[in-house]
Design a protein around this ligand. Sequence first.
Ligand SMILES: O=C(O)[C@H](O)[C@@H](O)[C@H](O)[C@H](O)COP(=O)(O)O
Length: 272
Amino acid sequence: MHSPNGVSIHPNVQALTAATAGRLITKLVDVQSRRGVATVVLTGGTVGIAVLDAVATAPARGAVDWSRVNFWWGDERFLAADSRDRNAVQADAALLSRLPVDPARVHPIPASDEVDSVEEAAAAYARALAEAAADEKLAPGFESVDDRLPRFDVLLLGVGPDAHIASLFPEMAGVRSVGETVVSVSNAPKPPPERVSLSMEAINTAEEVWLTVAGEDKAGAVGLALAGAGFVQVPAAGARGRTKTRWLIDQSAASQLPERLLDPEGTGAAAD
Ligand SMILES: O=C(O)[C@H](O)[C@@H](O)[C@H](O)[C@H](O)COP(=O)(O)O
């Protein structure tokens, strides 16, 4: 399935997070009106969490039936369940604790005080995904993309200055993994070193992948990813939604975009 890039450039990070929150609310309403339940995959990182905070305070948030949204994570830092550095703890503070979500639909990745090892956390998360996928298959008319994964309507990603996404870092084993839905990471260059991540293959089963990026230090990564670099060196280049890949970036992260993306006559122009 083809997956055109849409690049939207916002003047600053506040405008970026507000616009992304608005888009996410609209998307969830749209999916719920067609299918009843919507599924979103959350990311950690400053921009990802700022988007969640903007969703929780957006005037339109009440348009979503939050009790019918499934929440998964693209990656997690392998830390104690109450660590403030956990993506799930930050998402809870920014969004989940502020909206009437159904706790049974919230699927955090196991914490370091819940399982014995990061490998076990990855295996348990893969099992939870596969169980959700099996349940979903019972619904009439449901079409599965991958038997081991539920349908992801929107998968959010941040991008590091080294172009990592989720916990898939350049040149490391995780980004090269084949045939797995979830990978464990034990020597991540971004702390903490132990992490759990969806694999690239799993990320790319999402209907829509949205990469939210702000800041001058990310400009090189964004430029390389959109110029079509190889995903082992530039993991952000490998993330693709089945129907849409949206780059939602601020002006400073856009400063090294390939020229054709800035040209309104060009092939990939800054269109939606
Ligand atoms: O757990 C994490 O650290 C992430 O999920 C990671 O992939 C993050 O999204 C990027 O590093 C961007 O983070 P910033 O927006 O903070 O730069």
